[in-house]
Design a protein around this ligand. Structure first.
Ligand SMILES: [Zn+2]
Length: 297
């Protein structure tokens, strides 16, 4: 991998070697034992923010149960197992002294230790889902966490619902030695990025790519190649990254979607100190897609 490529796979916020302990989620005895095992660890959060160590702000405040409480509270969710020790995520109530160290993952994500960034993203996505799915989508009754926090069950109609992830495509489109980057009015000043969009019902990833790039920039994508994916828990996306090629460099920008879109020649972007624009965040797959095209072709 070229030294100038940021956020190479496995991308930040994925934690590919972590054992999620999925078979144990439906094992009440195992869960009950781990909820009382003093070696069990807790990842602490507050209002979807991660709690970091007061002495080391690039590390999560992962605490052993023995130093926190007698038992893991029922509202905690099982994240998984590391060296036979269970890890649960717990959302602290307002007023707990540790909430002073709660940090938004958007802010600290790029500098957190990589494995811990993956755990924090996982916990954030799960708690966001719990926060927004407190009622049964079938009958409207209040539902309750089940399966170690990986499902919600409705006692009124017996409906069980599972966490959702929204697939979104993100693509670096090139045409010869030029690549297409756009900017939304929401971006920091000077930043341009790859085009992206959510997959709609009834679409394949290829359909979404062709539709989004044509809608936003009037550009026809003629070929595409999947590169890699990244969990993006802001709040609940999975980014599916592609490189693609365009039929031509003609542009027809949708000003409701994009403030600007341009073709940049490779030579304009190669030198990080002489770029006319700023590239996306270092923890994003967009940054990887751009830099891997620049430095690897
Ligand atoms: Zn129901």
């Amino acid at each position: 991998m070229h030294e100038k490529i940021t956020n190479a796979p496995p991308h930040r916020y994925s934690h590919s070697r972590f054992d999620r302990g999925a078979p144990f989620r439906k094992d009440p005895q195992w869960l009950a034992a781990k909820r009382r095992d003093p070696r069990t660890r807790l990842l602490l959060t507050h209002d979807l923010k991660a709690i970091v160590r007061a002495d080391a702000p690039t590390r999560l405040h992962l605490v052993e149960l023995a130093h926190f409480a007698e038992a893991v509270p029922e509202t905690a969710v099982l994240l998984g197992i590391e060296n036979e020790v269970a890890i649960f995520a717990l959302a602290l109530e307002t007023g707990h002294e540790l909430t002073a160290h709660a940090r938004d993952l958007r802010e600290i994500g790029p500098t957190l230790e990589a494995g811990e960034a993956g755990l924090a993203a996982y916990a954030r996505a799960l708690f966001y889902w719990h926060q927004t799915h407190g009622f049964c989508s079938r009958c409207g009754s209040a539902n309750h966490p089940a399966d170690g926090g990986h499902a919600r069950h409705c006692p009124a109609c017996d409906h069980t619902t599972f966490p959702r992830t929204d697939p979104a495509v993100i693509i670096l489109v090139s045409c010869g030695d030029h690549c297409l980057l756009g900017r939304s009015p929401r971006f920091p000043e000077g930043m341009y990025s790859t085009l992206a969009g959510f997959v709609e019902p009834g679409e394949s990833l290829e359909d979404t790519i062709r539709r989004e790039v044509f809608e936003e920039a009037g550009v026809e994508v003629v070929s595409m190649r999947y590169r890699s994916s990244q969990p993006w828990p802001f709040p609940a996306s999975l980014m599916l990254g592609f490189h693609g090629t365009a039929r031509s460099r003609a542009l027809d920008i949708d000003k409701d979607e994009l403030e600007d879109a341009r073709w940049f020649h490779k030579s304009e972007l190669l030198d990080p100190h002489r770029r006319p624009i700023t590239l996306p965040r270092p923890d994003s797959i967009a940054r990887y897609l751009i830099e891997s095209w620049l430095y690897e072709g």
